[in-house]
Design a protein around this ligand. Structure first.
Ligand code: GLN
Length: 555
């Protein structure tokens, strides 16, 4: 806890190119400060005009990360929650769309009567209000870390940079810290790393009036003291404040490397934070398990956006966490569901130890997913369906077990005779697309006799949602009679949340997104059990093939 109880502000900007891992850098600093006994809040500014990323497609934006309160946010918020092991609220993701929306509403209300409403001071004041609100709302917060999305030099980022410049002026050097993340590339033909892009990026930042206090230099090669001195000299930063951010295999290594580089100490000194030493043993143990797994398992992810791994960020991370708990390396195999209906592609699924069908929207690739469900159901391969994946499992069951030919979701076939997945009345009335899906945390009651209860070991759970379509209760009776198990439902039993197929090693479909709540030190129970089931399946498969090769009783 810092003594005067004044919140300190850390701003992280990015330079040279995008995708340097600013979100992970913020999260890593966040966990280091938290593990030194400080209360930390994280926030991201996104300079685009959308109010939130919910209306963008995954190719534009990657995954949309949904919070408990239903906010649709940037995928960096996923890193924040995972590293800090805390659930955030909608105040942690601010976009230009929200800021302008608020200022324009106020102008129409007459709040600024008489004034010309301008970027400075009205927009910048609103941005600053949202930074301060995060500190005030969480009461005793010691440090607010704010990431400015985009790259220095982007026109749309200017109001945010101007706002954080003003914050420095308002609160003074001891209370505000600027960190700039840049790239120090290695040029093969010259055989050395180059500092010029960093120099230019810092020059740009200083032109706006911001002198960075610390530079995080993303680089493929270690930075020698000479290089650090050079960067420091040209960028007007002490060389010990030039921190190497070297490329790593696992993002969970980064806090440990930053600590070795002295980042947390530097920040605490600069901001005059009195705090304890670093206690990060658990994290180190986790890293050990990631680096030295005892087992291996191969899981297929059968989706539509398989070329764009950012669309499945939280699922990928959830498998890392589940791997840690099972002491296994989970290898992910990406399968484009559009190819599955062709040829003998389905047979390939036998090579895998488990299949996951993730969430998604739109008709493309659906029939391949439904075929994949049939295949894994019949061949008793562990199956995990998430949101759309669960809906596909229901459709497959209706078609192939209940004989309801042409059963479908009304998302894909409005006139199907058997709309086993359909819209609720509330959703049918929706006209505006933004923020109108079923979003955020909802409670769910588990049935005791289920894979799910065995995983969670509790009766009531809470999980996050993002979808419009639901299991159609008109078909509940016929499907359950044929053997489908409703393993979880809303407390009033109106919404089916989990379906399962008994007499199968592990077959679970969930209407929610469990991946959003998986944390490195607390793997999600369903991911953990799915990986465990896949490991067991792999062992049994091996036993079978060796028995076939060397029969126990000679024939
Ligand atoms: N498209 C489906 C729906 O809207 C599933 C959404 C999802 O998988 N997130 O209900």
């Amino acid at each position: 806890m810092n003594p005067k109880n004044v919140p300190k502000y850390i701003f992280i900007t990015g330079g040279v190119v995008s995708s340097l891992g600013k979100g992970v850098a913020c999260s890593s600093l966040g966990i280091l400060l938290k593990k030194r006994g400080l209360k930390v809040s994280l926030q991201k500014f996104d300079p685009y005009l959308n109010v939130d990323p919910g209306t963008m497609n995954p190719f534009q934006h990657g995954e949309v990360f949904v919070l408990d309160d239903g906010a649709e946010t940037d995928l960096d918020l996923g890193h924040y929650e995972r590293f800090l092991d805390e659930s955030l609220t909608r105040d942690s993701n601010v976009t230009t769309g929200q800021v302008y929306g608020e200022v324009i509403t106020r102008e129409r209300r007459g709040d600024y009567l008489g004034a010309t409403v301008q970027v400075i001071p009205h927009i910048t004041d609103e941005i600053k209000r949202r930074i301060k609100k995060l500190a005030e709302k969480n009461g005793d917060v010691d440090v607010v870390i704010t990431e400015i999305g985009g790259t220095v030099g982007d026109i749309e980022g200017l109001p945010f940079l101007e706002s954080i410049r003003q914050m420095g002026l308002e609160y003074g050097h001891k209370n505000v810290l600027y960190i700039h993340l840049t790239l120090v590339p290695f040029i093969e033909s010259a055989g050395e790393v180059k500092t010029k892009p960093t120099q230019h990026s810092v020059k740009e930042l200083r032109g706006i009036g911001i002198q960075p206090d610390i530079l995080l230099c993303r680089t493929p090669r270690p930075l020698s003291p000479e290089i650090k001195n050079k960067i420091g000299l040209f960028c007007n930063v002490p060389s010990q404040s030039v921190i190497q951010a070297i490329d790593v295999k696992s993002i969970y290594q980064i806090p440990l490397l930053f600590h070795q580089e002295g980042l947390d100490e530097l920040v605490c000194q600069h901001l005059d934070l009195s705090c304890s030493g670093l206690n990060i043993k658990e994290w180190e143990d986790m890293m050990e398990k990631i680096e030295h797994p005892k087992h291996e398992v191969k899981i297929g992810i059968c989706g539509k956006y398989t070329n764009l791994k950012d669309s499945y960020k939280s699922i990928i991370e959830a498998f890392v966490h589940a791997g840690v708990e099972n002491e296994a390396r989970v290898e992910l195999e990406w399968i484009n569901s559009e190819n599955l209906v062709k040829d003998k592609a389905l047979e390939y699924l036998k090579e895998l130890d488990g299949i996951l069908i993730p969430g998604g929207f739109g008709e493309r690739g659906i029939e391949g997913k439904i075929e994949a469900v049939r295949f894994v159901r019949e061949n008793k391969i562990p199956f995990f369906g998430i949101c759309l994946g669960m809906q596909c499992a229901v459709i497959e069951f209706a078609r192939n077990i209940c004989g309801k030919k042409g059963a479908n979701s009304t998302e894909f076939d409005k006139n199907t005779r058997y709309p086993v997945i359909s819209l609720l009345i509330e959703q049918e009335k929706v006209v505006y697309k933004g923020a109108t899906m079923r979003l955020g945390a909802y409670p769910c009651i588990l049935g005791k006799e289920s894979f799910s209860f065995r995983a969670y070991r509790e009766k009531e759970i809470s999980e996050r949602h993002r979808h419009r379509f639901e299991f159609n209760n008109n078909f509940k009776e016929s499907l359950t009679k044929a053997g489908l198990r409703i393993a979880g439902a809303s407390p009033d039993e109106k919404l089916v949340e989990i379906i399962e197929i008994p007499n199968h090693p592990w077959f679970v479909g969930v209407q929610f997104h469990p991946e959003l709540k998986s944390r490195p030190l607390r793997a999600h129970p369903l991911f953990r059990e799915f990986v465990k089931a896949s490991l067991n399946y792999k062992t049994s498969k091996k036993l079978k093939t060796t028995e076939e090769k060397e029969p126990l009783v000679k024939r």
